[in-house]
Design a protein around this ligand. Structure first.
Ligand SMILES: NC(=O)c1ccc[n+]([C@@H]2O[C@H](COP(=O)([O-])OP(=O)(O)OC[C@H]3O[C@@H](n4cnc5c(N)ncnc54)[C@H](O)[C@@H]3O)[C@@H](O)[C@H]2O)c1
Length: 372
């Protein structure tokens, strides 16, 4: 019988957001089990988190280094590390794990800065181990269906892409654990909103269309008084094939929750997908017909059907999309292909987008090339 892969987590301490999501998502399909962690830089908090996750107390470590050393000495040591700590910690965590020969699944953005991302990329290539980046939205079944339909030519020639990621929770001065590091350049990195959610929108646009953005015109603002990093972003896009588009990302739009939505138009049809209603995908054709695809429906292709657990009308959502990325990663760890899992190249691409957008906006540079 296939044994469960053993996961060690960095971050995900008491009160954190994404660590518990990683735990649920990784374990959903019973291919992976959380067995160890350095959940906080504070030893007592790491122990407290270990209790909540119901792991062996001896495997809730005070630091990543302690975890890697102790787990290497066990016969049942961890198979991979998940990084769910703030952005500035992604590179040191990945560096230590890869040096110990341990595969890595890291949350986005890849690193705090593009310079760090270059180092990460070299380390990943040298290590030759599976490496995934949790761009969550690429795990939704209907996002994968949209990608497959675009690739099969359903929209015709790509003409326009509009992707929005709207939130309102940082419309006031930052309060609380999640907010506080996100507005601090020392921990968030070069980008604020653009690195936190703009990078998701950017990945989604390239993931579904399969097209590359090769020029951008960014206008990034720090709207809340005293804020150093951007919190409201407008970026015009030009794709390599001549298609145009716009990316809007904001965390100061009062009343918006997690409003990620993408609209893509070709010469034959357009499509719309929205994260807050993720189980439908709209297609609108040039001859006036419209089609609504439902998750779990029999008309969906293999990329989507293989990552759906319930029949139509029994909604799956954020946690299951996240779990799909872990299914891909688990396949890679077992030596199987899982080409839709974002990897180091997608992580680098996101960092190039953040770096170019922030620097060009600050310089008022207008249209700039987005280098690979
Ligand atoms: N994929 C997504 O949809 C998504 C969503 C939210 C956050 N994220 C990303 O996940 C990361 C964490 O975000 P969050 O919202 O969970 O933050 P958070 O502040 O809620 O949690 C961060 C956790 O990391 C721990 N930590 C900090 N330094 C550490 C260290 N040196 N060693 C071990 N643990 C340490 C903290 O104690 C805390 O428990 C960020 O990179 C963020 O961009 C991704």
């Amino acid at each position: 019988m296939m044994r469960r892969l053993r996961m060690g987590m960095i971050g995900g301490g008491p009160g954190s957001f994404i660590g518990p999501v990683h735990r649920i998502a990784a374990e959903l399909d019973r291919e992976i089990e959380l067995v160890a962690g350095a959940f906080s830089s504070d030893a007592a908090n790491s122990r407290a988190a270990g209790e909540c996750y119901r792991i062996d107390p001896a495997r809730a470590y005070a630091s990543l280094e302690a975890m890697l050393a102790a787990e290497a000495a066990r016969e049942d040591g961890i198979d991979f590390v998940t990084i769910a700590s703030p952005n500035h910690h992604h590179l040191p965590a990945a560096r230590a794990a890869l040096a110990a020969g341990i595969p890595v699944m890291t949350d986005k953005p890849l690193t705090a800065t593009l310079e760090e991302a270059h180092e990460m990329s070299c380390l990943v290539k040298a290590a030759g181990k599976p490496f995934g980046v949790t761009y969550t939205y690429s795990g939704y079944p209907l996002v994968r269906e949209a990608r497959a339909r675009v690739a099969a030519g359903a929209l015709g020639t790509l003409r326009k892409v509009v992707v929005e990621y709207r939130q309102g929770w940082l419309a006031r001065a930052a309060e609380g654990k999640q907010a506080e590091w996100r507005v601090d350049p020392a921990r968030a990195g070069l980008g604020g909103c653009i690195g936190d959610i703009g990078v998701h929108a950017f990945h989604l646009a390239e993931f579904i269309t399969g097209a590359r953005v090769n020029e951008i015109m960014p206008d990034l603002a720090a709207v809340v008084p005293g804020r150093v990093l951007d919190d409201d972003c407008t970026v015009l896009l030009r794709f390599a094939n001549g298609a145009r588009g716009a990316l809007l990302a904001s965390q100061i739009e009062v009343g918006e929750l997690n409003g990620l939505r993408i609209r893509i138009y070709g010469d034959k049809a357009g499509l719309v997908w929205a994260q807050e209603t993720p189980n439908t995908l709209e297609l609108h054709y040039n001859d006036g017909r419209s089609e609504i695809l439902h998750a779990g429906g029999g008309q969906l292709g293999p990329d989507s059907a293989s990552r759906t657990r319930t029949p139509g009308g029994h909604p799956e959502g954020y946690l299951e999309a996240f779990a799909n990325l872990y299914r891909d990663f688990s396949a890679q760890l077992r030596g199987e292909a899982a080409p839709l899992l974002p990897g180091i190249a997608d992580g680098m691409r996101g960092m190039a987008f953040i770096d170019t957008a922030v620097k060009a906006s600050r310089a008022g540079a207008g249209w700039v090339k987005l280098e690979d």
